[in-house]
Design a protein around this ligand. Sequence first.
Ligand code: ATR
Length: 276
Amino acid sequence: MIRACCIGWPVTHIRSPLIHGFWLAQYGIAGTYTREAVEPGDVARFLRGLEDQGLAGCNVTIPHKEAAFAAMDEVDPGAVAVGAVNTVWHEDGRLIGMNSDVVGFLKNLDDHVPGWEGEVAHALVLGAGGAARGIVHGLLSRGVPVVTLANRSPGKAEAIAAAHPSTIRTQVWQDLPAALGGVDLLVNTTSLGMTGQPPLDLPLQTLKPSAIVSDIVYVPLETDLIARAAARGHRTVEGLGMLLHQAVPGFARWFGVTPQVTSALYEHLAADVRGH
Ligand code: ATR
């Protein structure tokens, strides 16, 4: 019996057991994937004890991703870029961590718009939190030549841009509507549009018809931004696919099978999101 889990605090909102449980059943693997509430301050101790507890590894979610990063012996470049890990395993007594949100974002984009890199000369990323840092890293890793960051608090965007002065620009949040004209890919990483939050109040009239519009928010499945972009004929990429794809590296590592993100899995999770 192979065991893995997701740690967080609290853990009631965590959906990843639905994803891993679906794959364990689909591939007939004798394994479990549970939610484990780990108190802040106890993260390093829990992770150091993974092997002794009989756990192959774990996912890490809010608020533990930064503490987990600090506890790792080795991390992938995506984790370095974000300063956070969400996927952990052990190898010869060493803790290895990665940030699979970066891969999850890119694979979701690949799924919906194959070959997107070839047509994105300028990406505009809204937000400057951890998700934005990972997505900027992912876009640059795929060769996007120019990324513009816009954030309500400009200092956070400027701090990210400072690390890549030749490729990352910043944009004043209030002037966004005027800046949309040259954009090939628009990505919302803010919490605007999420159930319980205000919508992203950004007119899309100046966006080129060829522009791709992506949102990492997946509750609701179709945000107001995605609905307005789709109504204008843009290619759109919803956030739930990113959640599904970010689960792939951990499952492959712990359970030994690289799982597929299928429409049946999407529907399984979508039903849960619709029910809340
Ligand atoms: P994550 O790690 O998921 O990116 P985060 O670090 O909390 O989460 O970042 C949330 C993002 O949503 C931030 O860019 C935040 O902007 P600020 O840095 O100015 O706080 C953005 N955000 C949240 N509420 C917003 C609002 N009402 N208007 C504009 N941006 C908002």
